[in-house]
Ligand binder design. Structure first.
Ligand code: FAD
Ligand code: SF4
Length: 513
């Protein structure tokens, strides 16, 4: 074997850049399903099935193209890590060199480096053109800046790539339509929603589900509803379906939540994007074209493109910019364990019951559910960042460390000391009440911090402000929010502290709220 191209489970573009210049007669591909990858952060069945199925489809297509693919199936060598599996195969294949695309997790790169170093085989790490902003360009942008704010990064990319621009000006004369994009469904709810295009398991996906049941029987979550795109062709169909039916209302309702409605107007494209089944530029161009054709309003299209060209590229840049430090940060000294309800949805708090229940069922929750329900509760409670990170990394179908870690440790937990968000995203239960109908079915009252009906979010919010006064009360960006706790009656504040302490104790010992 001349070159051995290692193809990782989230690098499945049919035009994988590592294939360039390869000759099927002397260059081979290597892929491995490694049980440890589903265990090191306990991975949802649907997440594992998605990766395995997309990998098996990719391998089949490349074999059809004439390549030899050395493919290690789940259960073949159950004890092996990625490192062990590659090392064993390098020993008998003896390639002249190994090639891989920049992995989306530092740990994986270390494993590959170690396996190659052991056999003294050179490892070539290629830049990943499946992103719009090369890591070097991000580093250049970040250099010398005191704060790395998404908004400025996003505007720069819009200009550089000519996305939603009229000459040098942003389309519509403004960069940001956030004010138009905070709608909720009021009392009547969303009405009849356009059901997203579904991709039920084909024979190859069913084989993956059977293999998981056999070799990884203890994974969390359910697989019955699995319907994610697993090929590039399906990813394109999922994009077309979103643009046609949901993009026009995406902006208005992107922050809204509703009981038993997991998809609303969301794209369901993160899995296809993260596995490289579709290129972000394809997605962005299709959205921009929908606006230019008069099919979708500018506010919706800008709101959507901001997520992909802005947030998605920005968090990737941040992940590599700060490196392993992301794992160490715990700026708010949070030490609580993750409550058991995150694994079984067994709680009378409706917002959490719904969001975690849906997550266990589908491996999916949309952004505001992740940020302002599961993320907010963990932050207010003071859950250890490493524990909440492990949950998010395992439980969401679209989780890959480069995107999950900054979103969790930075945006949602503020454990990065404000490197990402200018202030903690904290709110009382009233925010959830405004953006959803969860509170209407809940025994608690989001307006109450004390008493039998006190909403745990609201109690813990005031307690959070109190616990972190020193850090935020005198900061210009947060002083206004903290002013209210400074003025609170000391007896009431003490009662809130006591109640928050009881909540923490109850949850830490595994009891339910
Ligand atoms: P839509 O709401 O329709 O958005 C369109 C696309 O924008 C998404 O497909 C995604 O590619 C991109 N996007 C939106 N927000 C973000 C963001 N904050 N960061 C990066 N990309 C974004 N996204 C992941 O892909 N993997 C994760 O592991 C992940 N973990 C998250 C953890 C937390 C605590 C939070 C707050 C957000 C997380 N996100 C993650 C971002 C976001 O929640 C998901 O991308 C989105 O819910 C996926 O569903 P969708 O495709 O229907 O997205
Ligand atoms: Fe969640 Fe509080 Fe609303 Fe209940 S009252 S759904 S716990 S925010």
């Amino acid at each position: 074997v001349r070159t051995l191209l290692v193809v990782l489970g989230d690098q499945l573009a049919p035009d994988h850049p590592g294939l360039q210049g390869l000759d099927p007669t002397q260059d081979h591909l290597w892929m491995a399903e490694v049980a440890e990858e589903s265990r090191h952060a306990l991975s949802h069945i649907a997440r594992t099935a998605l990766f395995l199925s997309a990998m098996r489809h990719f391998a089949r297509e490349r074999r059809d193209d004439g390549f030899s693919v050395h493919y290690r199936h789940l259960g073949e060598r159950p004890e092996q890590t990625l490192n062990d599996a590659l090392r064993a195969d390098l020993e008998h294949l003896q390639p002249q060199n190994v090639r891989v695309l920049q992995p989306g997790e530092h740990r994986v790169l270390r494993q590959l480096q170690s396996a190659c170093a052991d056999q003294a085989i050179p490892l070539e790490v290629l830049d990943d053109p499946h992103f719009l902003v090369p890591l070097d360009a991000f580093r250049k942008w970040a250099k010398g800046r005191r704060q790395l704010r998404m908004e400025y990064f996003y505007r720069k990319q819009r200009t550089a790539l000519g996305v939603l621009m009229n000459g040098d000006e942003p389309a519509g004369g403004q960069w940001n339509f956030d004010a138009d994009n905070r709608g909720h469904f009021g009392r009547d709810g969303p009405g009849l929603l356009p059901p997203p295009l579904s991709f039920p398991p084909d024979a190859l996906t069913r084989e993956c589900l059977d293999d998981i049941a056999r070799h990884l029987p203890d994974l969390p979550g359910q697989a019955d509803g699995f319907d994610w795109p697993v090929t590039a062709q399906q990813a394109q169909q999922a994009l077309d379906d979103f643009i046609q039916h949901r993009l026009p209302a995406f902006g208005t309702y992107q922050d809204a939540m509703w009981t038993d409605q997991p998809w609303l107007y969301h794209a369901r494209l993160s899995t296809a994007l993260n596995l490289h089944l579709i290129h972000p530029r394809t997605v962005i161009d299709a959205a921009e074209q929908a606006w230019r054709d008069g099919h979708a309003p500018l506010a919706a299209v800008e709101g959507f493109i901001r997520q992909i060209l802005g947030w998605r590229e920005y968090v990737r840049g941040l992940y590599f910019h700060f490196g392993e430090a992301w794992h160490e940060w715990n700026a708010l000294e949070a030490e609580q364990p993750l409550p058991a309800l995150y694994w079984d949805a067994d709680t009378s708090m409706q917002c959490l019951h719904q969001t975690v229940g849906q997550t266990l069922q589908l491996g999916y929750a949309h952004h505001i559910q992740r940020l302002m329900v599961t993320g907010l509760f963990a932050q207010l409670l003071g859950v250890r960042p490493a524990a909440i990170h492990a949950w998010y990394l395992g439980i969401y179908v679209d989780a890959v460390e480069w995107v999950e870690l900054p979103n969790v440790v930075g945006m949602s937990q503020y454990a990065d000391d404000g490197r990402m968000a200018s202030k903690p995203y904290v709110a009382t239960g009233r925010y959830i009440q405004r953006m959803s109908n969860y509170c209407a079915h809940c025994p608690f009252d989001p307006a109450e911090a004390l008493g039998d009906k006190a909403c745990p979010f609201t109690t813990l919010y005031w307690d959070f402000l109190d616990r972190h006064r020193d850090r935020f009360a005198r900061h210009p960006r947060t002083a206004l929010q903290w002013k209210h706790v400074e003025k609170m009656d000391p007896d009431r504040l003490q009662a809130i502290r006591d109640r928050a302490g009881e909540l923490r104790k109850t949850l830490a010992q595994g009891d339910r709220i």
